[in-house]
Structure formats: structure tokens, C-alpha cells
Design a protein around this ligand. Sequence first.
Ligand code: NAG
Ligand code: NAG
Ligand code: NAG
Ligand code: NAG
Ligand code: NAG
Ligand code: NAG
Length: 752
Amino acid sequence: MTLSLIFAAWIVTAFHVEIAVADRSTYIIHMDKSFMPKTFASHHEWYSATVSSLDLTDKTSSETAKSTPELLYAYDNAMHGFSAVLSFEELQELQKSTGFVTAYPDKVVTLDTTHTFEFLSLNTESGLWPASNYGKDVIVGMIDSGIWPESQSFNDDGMTEVPARWKGVCQAGDSFNSSMCNRKLVGARYFSRGSQAANPQASRDGNSPRDTFGHGTHTSSTVAGNYVEGVSFFGYAKGTARGIAPRARVAMYKVTGSSGIGSDILAGMDQAIADGVDLISISMGINRTPLYEDPIAIAAFAAMEKGVLVSSSAGNEGPDPMSLHNGTPWMLTVGASTIDRQFSAILTLGNGVSIIAWSQFPANALLVDVPLVYNETLLACNSSELFTEATGKIVICNDEFGDLRTQIDQVTSSEAAGAIFISNNSQYTEVGDLPCPGIVTNPIYTAMLINYAKSTVNPTVTMKFQQDFLGAKPAPTVAFYSSRGPSPSYPSILKPDLIAPGSKVLAAWAPITPAASIGSNLDLSSDYNAISGTSMACPHASGVAALLKGAHPEWSPAAIRSAMMTTASQLDNTYGQIRDNGNSLTYATPLAMGAGQIDPNKALDPGLIYDTSAQDYVNHLCSMNFSSKQILAITRSSNYICSNVSTDLNYPSFMAFFNNNTPSTVHEFRRTVTNFGDGAATYRAKLTVPPGTLISVTPDTLTFSDKYESLSFSLSIDSHQMKGTTSFGSLVWEDDGAKHTVRSPIVAYKMV
Ligand SMILES: *[C@@H]1O[C@H](CO)[C@@H](O)[C@H](O)[C@H]1NC(C)=O
Ligand SMILES: *[C@@H]1O[C@H](CO)[C@@H](O)[C@H](O)[C@H]1NC(C)=O
Ligand SMILES: *[C@@H]1O[C@H](CO)[C@@H](O)[C@H](O)[C@H]1NC(C)=O
Ligand SMILES: *[C@@H]1O[C@H](CO)[C@@H](O)[C@H](O)[C@H]1NC(C)=O
Ligand SMILES: *[C@@H]1O[C@H](CO)[C@@H](O)[C@H](O)[C@H]1NC(C)=O
Ligand SMILES: *[C@@H]1O[C@H](CO)[C@@H](O)[C@H](O)[C@H]1NC(C)=O
């Protein structure tokens, strides 16, 4: 059995950010102070005069005199230069000024870090953070590759005493002793017998809870890392790091190095349940395994019985359908989404025109006025021989003539100073790295770049790295790599359940594993790393689940999942529907994003809950053509018997399969919702009918007279006029004034 540990050293490409050439915009202009003419008493006076001299308007014309260039700030400490509101013509004029160095549009530079909590609207003023006390006293069991205990993200400043109920230990091992735990990292153990048995020759780094890889350190700090100031990924994403539940505690169960084995995972999950974790986060899964042979699904059943939610990653095998793992009804299955932050560089041509585009060259490098070469035969950038004429220069590569990844490798191993990669492959920036100085910019700039390179005698470019661009649109999108439903091991329940940020997530790292490289041979170490995968999405959902557990300790695992699913968002930052970066940015379907993007503050107060008991899961298992032995493998106990077979599970989403061989084109679901709002409430059903189907909900009004009252309804879907294999819709229960909207996706799926 092989196990795929999920995170990404991925293939693929770029994205664009806007260039600013509207009427007038704010620019930041760098100046060389050594050129300041002696006639000026101060730099402020000089900059002021420089800006005034740009005023090209004919003072006699009242029409054009309305708008003039304007100096905003003069800077003398952080940089030399000024900011000003200029037209494009004025900017071009400005480059001819004495002492001009470079200019770029203002909106770019926003400094920030573990930005995902902000993107998810978590804040200190209201909502889930204060309501849950930031996850105080919730213990999250991490099933992963170990932990780097020295990481500042696991310092215990501000943490209270460990709850007395906790039974975990801090197990000593290679380079790890029992004093390395604290009030943040409350436990650490390792499980390596299975992998050593399978591979006796393998290195023995498994004999310790220490993370020699980085994955477990990253996921743990994403869930519950403490506040750490002044972190960044080589100058990108600067700011204060923190986990989604910054006061929750971490217990590490190391079950794997860079690859692991089912028996160790089972042992780790087993111990976690025994130690008394409140929640398990597992960013790994086993592909193409039947449910009853999947140790994660099996251990998760036991966890669920004890009231412990298991939050898991869907896998990185997307965008192919039926590519996900962990599609188990009693687990939370999390897909990945992109965020609105883009690591960037500013490219400035010798003529002063600036472009901001994707880059994560990991150095505080500033390439100033480097010669640009343009030669049509070089555009493919696919042969290092071609680079002889590019030695020490910047080349232009266009991925119309070759694969971007290959082009980046070629430039990296060449003597070129760097490159401008023209590409609109929006997947590379989700996962790729950039070991050579360069940017990846959109083809809309091709003509402009080539025109400048061809028509200028000595074309040059300047590149400034380590910029962050916030507000990239659209975001979120479903990450292209995020695995898709239906679940191969359990197709009758819709999976994934939801999506959470997974691309370019900044979190703590094991510094012995390189986090980036420059050129072909220089590996760089870092305490923080920005990586991509559903492995990074899962701990976001685990963190939210920890906060919900903190706010509502009495909620069952199914209730926590229901709250997260029924309040998830389907909209992006353009107020349009979330799109799918794995399918040319078409609208994402529930098979890609489940119920949608996790929305923590809304999950705090979901209104209605679809709750599910262990017996309910068994009743549903009994309808699934598993043998009694297979069912026993999962339930472990003959206390469960298939006396009450049910084809229905009280799940917060609806997946209707239709088979050409079966005469029925109608699927009927029964569901029960429980009122978790305050007191009496009336909810009305609002349907978005999947095209080609007929749906009815009975009753279509639910009147609750008390908190915790449960009411049932049925939803029937008729597919006889449905064309194609899939059709999507939703059911929303809405109370008066739409204080709560309880939404479930509906999928009709015709098997052919
Ligand atoms: C554990 O290691 C730390 C750092 O190496 C050391 O300061 C401490 O004394 C050790 N504790 C024990 C119990 O060995
Ligand atoms: C373009 O590059 C090719 C291959 O290196 C070279 O043979 C050719 O002379 C170059 N053309 C110009 C105009 O520099
Ligand atoms: C490079 O790309 C060009 C244009 O697509 C192609 O003609 C040439 O054969 C390629 N060279 C190599 C070495 O792959
Ligand atoms: C990317 O560029 C190519 C060539 O310019 C074009 O055919 C394709 O439609 C573009 N794709 C996107 C997503 O913009
Ligand atoms: C049910 O399971 C049996 C034995 O495992 C298998 O032969 C049969 O094809 C399965 N039926 C369906 C509908 O999956
Ligand atoms: C069987 O299941 C149904 C639906 O889940 C439930 O209403 C009924 O009470 C159950 N019967 C027994 C005997 O458990």
C-alpha cells in the first residue's frame, strides 16, 4: 500500500496583475539623491520642482488646466524619492528628469503575513475568534510528519496551563527530548514500526517526533501556531504569523517521514484518541483504497464515536473527476482554494513603464538597468546554447513556444541574468517556484515588451523583488490540483465537503529542509515556507473546527461539519460565483468545491444543524453492498448490526445517482434538521433546481417552537428529462429576515 503525502512541489504557471496606465494614478518614484542640483535646499524642494516641471498643460486652456501632477509625500528614510499622482505622459516625461531611478504604481505594496485568516474574515472584534477564546483549551491531534519544536510558532507565550484531562506524553527520540513540549505543544509521539518493517534499509529518522521534512510543522502551525512577529518567506508575505486557532494546543503524532504506511497511521490515530484530543487533523490520504481497507477511514470511525472530528485533505490529484481520497462519510473532506495574495516583482523598462507580475525569486535582489536581449529565435528559451548571447542579460521567453517550467529551468542553469517569462498559465503561480531572477507576465504585454526591446537602442530592465500584491482577482478559486468528487470509496455522499485556502500558504517549516533555491546549486533554508496543496487547506478547516469546538463544546463532529458546510460561501471577491482554476476558470461545481469556501464567522451561528449519529452511519453502510466482515472492519464491534438498513444519511448535502439500468428516475431523500438558533423560528425552503430535473421539498416550511427541536422533511428529485451526466442546484432553508441561510448543494449524477 502506498501512501501519498500531500503537498506540492508542482508543475505549472502564471497570472497577471494589473499595470496601471489609466488616466492618473499614484506612483512611487525612486530618485538618486546624488544627482540633486545644488540649487535646491532640500530633497523635498527638489522633488517638488521635479513634479511641477512635468505640468505639460497649456495654462491658457481652462479645459486641461483642471488636473495637474501632484506630489503626495517626499521620502528620505525608508527610501529616496517621492510619491505623486501622475498621468502616463507625465510619468514618461519624469524618466527624463535628472536623478530618476525607477517608478511603479502605488497599489502594489501591501505588507502582510499569514494572510489567510484575514481573507477568511477572522478578526478580534467579533465573530468566531472572540466567541471561542481563540480556541483556548482545544487540543488538536496532528497526524503528520512530526514537528520542529524550536519553531517560534510553538512557543507558549500567553498560553494557560494544560487542561488536567490531557493524557498525552512528550516522547523522547533522536534529537528530541521530553522537555521539548510546552503549553502550546502539549504532546509528541512517533510511530515508525510499520515503515521500518516495510523498509528495513530506510533511514531511521522515524525514531523521533522530530520533523525532518517540514510538512507536519507547517500544518501544525497553520492550525494553532502562536503569534510570531516579523516572519516572511524570503521577504514575501512579511508580517505576524499565527494559526487559525492561535490559542489551541498541538499534539503531534508522527506517523511518516516523506512517505508513510497505514499501520503507523492507525497506531497514531489510535493513540491520539486515547490521549484525549478534541479533534484530529490529517493532511494525507490513501488513493484507490476501498473504505474497509483504509486505515484512516477506519480510525476516523472510532474517533467519531468518541466525539472527535477528523478533518482531512481531499488530495492533489485534480482536476480529474473521482480523484479524491478520504471521501468517507464520517470525516470532513477538505479541498483547496487560492487566495487573493500574489507574490510579485516590479519590472520597470528603461522607458519607465512598470509592470507588476508574479515572482517569488527568493532574494532581496534589485537588478538595475540590466540589458534586455530580444531575438526571435530565443523566445522558446528551450536550449541553453541560445543563451550565449544572453550572458549577463535579461531574456524574454514566451511559453507559446515551449513549456514554462522547462523555460525556467533553462534560464536557471544558464548565464543569463534573468528573464521575463510571458505566459498566462494561471496554475504555475499556485504551486511553482522561481530559482532565477525573473517575472511571469501575461501575454497582453507581449507587444509592448517586444516593441520596447526592438525599438530601443540599448533596452534595459530593472527588477525589484519581494513585493506582495493583495486583491488578486478572482479569489478564491478552486485550486487546479484539488482532488474532485464523486468519492470513489463512497460515491453516494457528496465530497469534498468544502474548500479552504491551500495555495501559497505561509507557515512554520523545518529549517533543515530547503525552502527555496537560487540557481541550480544554492538551496536556501527558512523557518517559514509558502507551499501549496490540500494539505495546507485541511489545517485551515481543522483550525476553524477547533474554534467551533471551543465556542460550542457540546457540538458533535457531524454538527461541527454541518455548521461549516451550510454556511460556506459560493462567491468570490468579484461577487461572482467561485471559479475553477482547474477548468479554465469556469464556475466551480459542488464536485470541486463541495458546499463552497469555508466562512468561519458564519459557522458560529448556523441556525439549523444536520446531525448524524454513529448508528446512522452504520445504517447507511448497511445499504452499501459491503459484506458483514467488511462492515465489522470499520465498526470494530458487533454491537452494530444491520437491522435498520437505510439508503439515507442525514448529511448536509444531496447526491442523487441515477443509473440507466434502473427504471426509477426519482430519488427521495429524508433529512432531519435541529434548531440551534435561539428559540422559536420559521424556516422556508428556497430551491435552485438542477437544470433538467424536477424537485419538491415536503414540507416547504419548518416551524420550530424551541431551541434543539428537530423537524424532518423530504426532498425528491426527478431526473427523467436531465441531459448530460451531471446537474447542480441547491436547497436553502431561510428564516425570517434571512438571519440564517442554511444551504446544501444538490448534485444529480447520471451514470452511463
Ligand atoms: C533537552 O534538550 C534541551 C536542548 O537541547 C536541553 O536544554 C535540555 O536540558 C534537555 N532536557 C533533557 C531532559 O534532556
Ligand atoms: C539570434 O540568435 C541566434 C541563435 O543564437 C543567432 O544565430 C542570431 O545571430 C541572433 N540574431 C540576432 C539578430 O542577434
Ligand atoms: C525549441 O523550440 C523551437 C520552437 O518551438 C523548436 O523549433 C526547436 O526545435 C526547439 N529546440 C529544442 C532544443 O527543443
Ligand atoms: C492564453 O494565451 C493563449 C495564447 O496567447 C490563448 O490562446 C489562451 O486562450 C490564453 N488563455 C487564457 C486563460 O487567457
Ligand atoms: C456487490 O458486491 C459483490 C461482492 O463483493 C459484487 O460481486 C457485486 O458486483 C457488487 N454489486 C454492486 C452493485 O456493486
Ligand atoms: C430505523 O431508522 C429510521 C430512520 O433512520 C428511524 O426513524 C427508526 O427509528 C429506526 N428504527 C430502529 C428500530 O432503529
